[in-house]
Design a protein around this ligand. Structure first.
Ligand code: ATP
Ligand code: MG
Length: 393
């Protein structure tokens, strides 16, 4: 079965009123870019509440569907045949031919759904449905109508041309990336932060990322794992500028001057400060982390409050109320899980205390941080100045 077009259904961007065309343009653009990698000659057109993709003569169907399924904002993909002459006799004949080719075995029940975007069409929707049903029953005696639970929902949309389809392939949902500004993801090599980045991007946000590594305590391979993860989520999020920050000296200073059980929290506070610097450079409007209440010692309500206290930007934590298994399920779905569980060390775990503070008090943490004054400013500046930028396309 060869399809000449895909009708793309979208959900939420339909309710954006005046801004609707911005969302539709962004969605069209994202789909077009994705399909460029599949074949030349795909065309994307905005059409009253739908996006229409016109396919070239030669393309790989599975690849095209897989590509569109990575575009946020796509609610469903309906591979459709296009009937240019929508006059009734031609329409019924072509729909019949479609059924014949698509379903060699026609022992099934069906229901016709019609949508008339062109109100000048001489028949009204209910009439189109019943007349089309009658035509098909007559042409294919094995078919039966079932209006409550049909095996096949045959959809006929009449615009300037007619589109006919019966398959609806789910897309990822969300909103097209770029529709809602930019944020800076703190990306570690774990399971959570790639999922957090995916989820924020799904709401239409461009993401960049910052990774803190601590050579020689963390290896090149640990860094490569983060690059790999960024690449995996970029399939959905689009290009990511990854900032690799050498955090070793900041970390060693904290270990030297501050109580060991406060190390993780103080370290996290410096990560946030440095991440905010790069967020500002990229005109980001917020930070994103993979934190989830109670998951580890530093993610108690008190721990989160202490980390949050140094931030001036909003911190988005899309996984905050998720159970680990729910996060793992998404990681599996978006194909990051296998990479996330590769066993490489993280800078958060190498010097971790046996009994880290689970209920840090901000005033006490601030007092400990005072001991860093005079040393830490220069170390933070160096960490920022020596950042390695990796652009993931
Ligand atoms: P993850 O699976 O995302 O690594 P985690 O359960 O291991 O999370 P933590 O190590 O406490 O939890 O980290 C919490 C969050 O802090 C991470 O989700 C991530 O956003 C950020 N983070 C932790 N370590 C790093 C790092 N080395 N570089 C950048 N961000 C980090
Ligand atoms: Mg981690």
């Amino acid at each position: 079965m060869k399809y000449g077009s895909f009708l793309i259904k979208y959900a939420e961007i339909g309710i954006k009123g005046q801004n609707r065309y911005v969302f539709e343009d962004a969605l069209c653009d994202r789909i077009k870019r994705k399909l460029l990698k599949v074949a030349d000659g795909f065309k994307c057109i905005r059409e009253q509440g739908r996006i229409l993709v016109e396919c070239p003569d030669c393309y790989d169907y599975d690849e095209a569907i897989a590509a569109i399924r990575t575009v946020f904002g796509v609610w469903a993909i309906c591979p459709a045949i296009v009937i240019e002459d929508a006059s009734w006799d031609n329409l019924t004949r072509c729909v019949g031919d479609f059924i014949e080719e698509r379903f060699p075995d026609r022992h099934f029940t069906f229901k016709v759904f019609a949508r008339r975007a062109d109100k000048r069409y001489p028949m009204e929707t209910p009439e189109i449905c019943s007349e089309m049903g009658s035509y098909l029953l007559e042409r294919f005696p094995d078919l039966k109508v079932n209006v409550h639970e049909p095996d096949i929902k045959l959809q006929v949309e009449i615009r300037t041309q007619a589109y006919v389809f019966c398959d609806t392939i789910p897309g990822p949902g969300g909103m097209p990336v770029g529709a809602n500004g930019r944020a800076m993801l703190l990306l570690s090599g774990g399971i959570d932060s790639p999922v957090a980045g995916y989820m924020i991007a799904k709401r239409g946000v461009y993401i960049d990322a910052v990774y803190f590594h601590a050579p020689p305590y963390t290896s090149e391979r640990a860094k490569q794992k983060v690059v790999d993860l960024a690449r995996l989520i970029s399939v959905y999020t689009g290009p990511i500028r990854l900032h690799v920050v050498n955090f070793t000296d900041v970390q060693l200073a904290i270990i030297d001057k501050c109580p060991r059980e406060e190390l993780t929290i103080i370290m996290r506070r410096y990560m946030m400060r440095i991440a905010e610097h790069f967020a500002g450079e990229r005109r980001s409007l917020g930070l994103v982390t993979g934190e989830s209440i109670g998951q580890v010692a530093s993610q108690t309500m008190q721990g989160l409050a202490a980390t949050n206290a140094v931030c001036t930007m909003p911190v988005y934590r899309p996984l905050i109320a998720f159970d680990k298994q729910d996060i793992v399920d998404i990681a599996l779905k978006i194909n990051t899980y296998e990479t996330s569980i590769e066993p490489y060390e993280d800078c958060c775990t190498i010097f971790v205390a046996k009994h880290p503070k689970t209920k840090p008090r901000i005033d006490i943490i601030e007092r400990s941080e005072k001991k860093l004054e005079g040393v830490i400013e220069e170390l933070v500046k160096t960490a920022i100045d020596t950042v390695e930028i990796i652009d993931i396309e």
